[in-house]
Ligand binder design. Structure first.
Ligand code: GTR
Length: 391
């Protein structure tokens, strides 16, 4: 089997594992059975076969404000920087969070939280963001289009972001010996269902939420977790593991994220496990070229968010991430949302390009390629207004 496919006629015939059926074969007919039994079963399957098990909140976790609030973004926001220490050691592992609070809205405000790829200074041209060792002035704002900080605070939301490499380097050779993994044990002792880097990054997002619980400016019950691509896989898994996240957004997350694995369209399980062996747990390798043996598929991951609002976004030219497979995941999670008494995804077919469909599940396919754009953010803000702003 090829490691990727771009031909719809070569998508194998497949049957999705049943969502509304317990492992013992009995049907899930009511919300209580989903909440008390089936959700836990599905979560366990994803832990043991896909992402791996992660630890809880470290006892020594502590928060240090490294830069006090200062006006930023032309007065539209105030900027704060916070170091989240994972251990008691002064120079131990920690992540640096950049936080913009909207200036005109009195807290507690709803918040978007997401990891960034290239460092906090890249998310805005704001000259006040602390540069890390090795960062250059010219790095500032290099990824600003993907963050749209002005638009977000202008609509009354806070924005918090952390460089994902602070939690763990995205490095297939050394990730586990240099990142948060090493705090929890030697790199060569990770069991087959032990956490991979996606679980580690998601764990870091939960530690950011721990900080929000300690401050008044942010409403920790209205935090939307967002991520793009590998970090979209991460936001989904973070939302599954931690139900404190009120809303979950996957931007172009593809294989191992929102896309159905069984379609094997674009990137496949074998391909992703070969290119990025550190992202998932070792057990996931069992399904290389054998997607139909997986006890789960990614519609079940989307369903783990229920009844919380979840948004899946694709891009038309991003065939590697399989837009159709992402749509089908969102749609096939719909029965769980309905069972829990909420609207699911209104679109019965894949919506036209650039026309979002927003129920309790949202979906759009944007024109253009693998990216996060102002169009995407406008949709996420509209979706958040719909679900987080209504009393
Ligand atoms: C690609 C990978 C995708 C996606 C992407 C990204 O190389 O194959 O699964 O995660 O990277 O994160 O940009």
């Amino acid at each position: 089997m090829a490691q990727f496919n771009y031909d719809e006629s070569k998508v194998p015939a497949y049957k999705l594992p049943p969502l509304l059926q317990l492992n013992d074969g009995s049907p899930v007919k009511d919300a209580a059975t989903w909440k008390k039994k089936r959700r836990d079963e599905v979560l366990e399957l994803f832990r043991s076969e896909v992402y791996g098990r992660r630890p809880g909140r470290p006892e020594a976790l502590r928060f240090e404000v490294t830069r006090k609030d200062e006006p930023a973004l032309g007065g539209k926001a105030s900027r704060r920087e916070v170091r989240v220490h994972f251990t008691a050691a002064e120079n131990g592992p920690a992540m640096n969070m950049l936080l913009y609070l909207p200036a005109k809205d009195r807290g507690p405000v709803p918040t978007f939280l997401g990891l960034n790829f290239r460092g906090n200074p890249t998310i805005s041209k704001d000259p006040g963001i602390t540069l890390r060792k090795g960062d250059k002035e010219s790095d500032r704002g290099g990824s600003a289009g993907r963050w749209q900080a002005d638009m977000i605070v202008g609509r009354g939301y806070a924005l918090a972001t952390i460089w994902y490499g602070d939690i763990e380097p995205d490095d297939k050779r050394n990730a586990f010996s240099r990142g948060i993994h090493k705090v929890y044990g030697p790199a060569d002792k990770i069991p087959a269902d032990g956490w991979g880097s996606i679980a580690a990054w998601g764990w870091g997002l939960s530690r950011a939420l721990d900080y929000f619980e300690t401050i008044d400016e942010i409403d920790h019950k209205r935090v939307a977790v967002i991520g793009h691509s590998r970090l979209g896989k991460t936001s989904l898994w973070a939302g599954a593991e931690d139900e404190r996240f009120a809303l979950v957004i996957s931007n172009d997350s593809g294989c191992g994220g929102a896309a159905l694995s069984r379609r094997a369209f674009g990137e496949t399980v074998k391909r992703i496990n070969t290119s990025f062996p550190h992202w998932f747990c070792d057990n996931f390798n069992k399904y290389n070229g054998r997607e139909s043996d997986l006890p789960v598929d990614q519609h079940m991951l989307i369903a783990l968010m229920a009844p919380r609002p979840v948004y899946v976004a694709s891009a038309a030219k991003d065939r590697w991430a399989d837009p159709r497979g992402e749509y089908l995941s969102a749609k096939n999670a719909d029965p769980v949302y309905r069972l829990l008494g909420t609207e699911g995804l209104p679109a019965d077919r894949m919506p036209p390009i650039d026309k979002p469909s927003m129920g309790r599940i949202g979906y759009h396919i944007r024109s253009g390629g693998h990216d996060v754009t102002a169009f995407d953010w406008k949709a996420y803000l509209d979706f958040a207004d719909k679900h987080l702003k209504t009393p």
